[in-house]
Design a protein. Structure first.
Length: 327
């Protein structure tokens, strides 16, 4: 990625998916993940450089994810970026994974020119491990309004999919089934209606109890998926709109792996339109974990003159907002 006249210009964006490797286990196996990171990373970097037609010596900085995430996997990418930066004598940028997601809606944002700033907005980040409402007042200036207290939305999708016998990852499978079902068939709970924090463990339990009462759960799979998905969407959309009102934001953004869900995008778009808010969703190709969003965060950090110490280590539990009075 480089800073162009019209804004950030992405020269190459490659993703090596491990979904097929982890699918038989119904979730990510840390040892398999880190081993395949180590095997795939160097060839992928070489391919990206060739595709971008840029030699390593021409790069201005090297960015990698510091956390949060699986320690063994973070260590592979973080260490390689450090090594490349040291060898090239260029700055090293250690990036928060959640900040990458938060900024990803602006990767294709047309008004974002070369001199533009990240506008104030209410960010809803929805991924496998995190569900967060963040008042972003600008790049690096974030206030946490709400977060998942137990299961994140993406985690709830995966766990419910497992209960229904659907393959991993569960989000796309439930979405596909939901298109064929009636979301009003089962009235699942909407948790914590008066707060901006999230809790989906009770919803998952409600699905489990409902399944136990059915003679043939598979015959009701589509309706169960539609009803479960609607319960998740109702909570996400309602709290995002209320969060925007409380923070005084006119712009609402959506990012993270679960933002690929078309029903969620449509529901957010409708709700924001009704409230007179502008809605901006992360481009689908940047919704799941990717290097482009980390490069973008690194570009903005570099623009402000920031650089990380080579002594900085990974942090699997790295917080986006560290102020104790907020988090």
């Amino acid at each position: 990625m480089r800073r162009g006249v019209e804004g950030p210009e992405l020269l190459s964006s490659l993703v090596s998916s491990q979904v097929e490797i982890h699918r038989p286990y119904g979730g990510v196996v840390p040892e398999l993940a880190s081993r395949n990171h180590a095997l795939k990373l160097r060839p992928l970097v070489e391919q990206a450089l060739a595709e971008a037609a840029v030699p390593v010596s021409a790069l201005d900085a090297f960015a990698a994810t510091r956390g949060p995430g699986l320690a063994s996997s973070l260590l592979v990418g973080h260490s390689m970026a450090k090594a490349l930066a040291l060898a090239a004598r260029k700055p090293f940028l250690s990036i928060n994974h959640l900040e990458g997601h938060l900024l990803s809606p602006f990767l294709d944002f047309e008004p974002f020119g070369a001199q533009s700033e990240i506008p104030p907005h209410l960010a809803l980040i929805v991924s496998g491990g995190h569900t967060m409402l963040v008042h972003a007042r600008g790049f690096g200036d974030y206030r946490l309004l709400g977060r998942s207290l137990d299961d994140a939305a993406g985690e709830a999708f995966d766990k419910v999919a497992r209960l229904l016998g659907l393959p991993y990852p569960g989000g796309p499978e439930i979405e596909n089934q939901a298109r064929l079902g009636d979301p009003t068939t089962y009235r699942f709970p909407r948790s914590m209606p008066r707060q901006l924090d999230f809790s989906f463990s009770g919803l998952k339990t409600a699905v489990r109890y409902t399944l136990a009462k059915l003679d043939d759960p598979q015959a009701h799979c589509a309706d169960l998926c539609a009803s479960f998905q609607q319960a998740v969407l109702d909570v996400l959309v309602d709290k995002a709109v209320r969060g925007a009102r409380e923070a005084g934001c006119e712009l609402v953004t959506l990012s993270g792996g679960v933002s690929c869900n078309r029903a969620l995008r449509q529901a957010m778009d409708r709700a924001c339109h009704q409230e007179g808010l502008t809605f901006l969703a992360c481009p689908a190709r940047f919704s799941t974990d990717n290097a482009a969003m980390i490069a973008f965060a690194g570009l903005l950090k570099l623009k402000e003159g920031g650089a990380s110490s080579f002594r900085e280590d990974i942090d699997p539990n790295l917080a986006l907002v560290s102020s104790p009075d907020i988090q």
